[in-house]
Ligand binder design. Structure first.
Ligand SMILES: [Zn+2]
Length: 149
């Protein structure tokens, strides 16, 4: 099937750039998938609903929601792997990334802005230089802190 380089996707405002979209691993025709995703994102107001509609076009299973450490909410199409490029949405709009990268970036922002870090043992947020408030271990090493120094 010849795909013509027509302006099929041109009438729609494209919220996601072609090059970043093509970082998503696709089993269907990438041009068709891109056109469909651009149309859906342009026409659907609710981000979760939009991603759910896009999901079959990017070989996704469903839409997941994560509360990020920087206070934002991430919605993304679950494509099965933490570091697979997929469609994401936060307050900044739609973009292509992996949810693992988005979560890590939000963690970095919180570490820099609040001086906290995620406990290596229990993943709760802990003040730098203090034992973890949740598991009482050293949040950097995840080792238990015993006795007094
Ligand atoms: Zn902890």
């Amino acid at each position: 099937m010849a795909s013509e380089p027509t302006g099929a996707a041109a009438p729609y405002h494209a919220p996601i750039g072609r090059e970043s979209f093509f970082r998503i691993r696709l089993t269907r025709d990438p041009e068709e998938a891109y056109a469909a995703v651009c149309r859906i994102l342009a026409e659907t107001r609710d981000p979760e609903e939009a991603l759910a509609e896009c999901s079959p076009y990017v070989d996704g299973f469903d839409v997941e929601t994560i509360a990020l450490a920087d206070g934002q909410t991430l919605h993304y199409v679950n494509t099965g792997d933490t570091y697979d490029a997929t469609l994401c949405h936060t307050g900044e709009g739609f973009y292509v990334s992996s949810w693992g990268d988005v979560v890590e970036e939000a963690d970095r922002v919180r570490e820099e802005e609040a001086g906290e870090r995620r406990c290596a043992y229990c993943s709760e947020w802990a003040d730098a230089g203090e034992p973890c408030g949740s598991c009482r271990r050293d949040p950097v090493t995840g080792e238990s802190v015993r006795g007094c120094a």
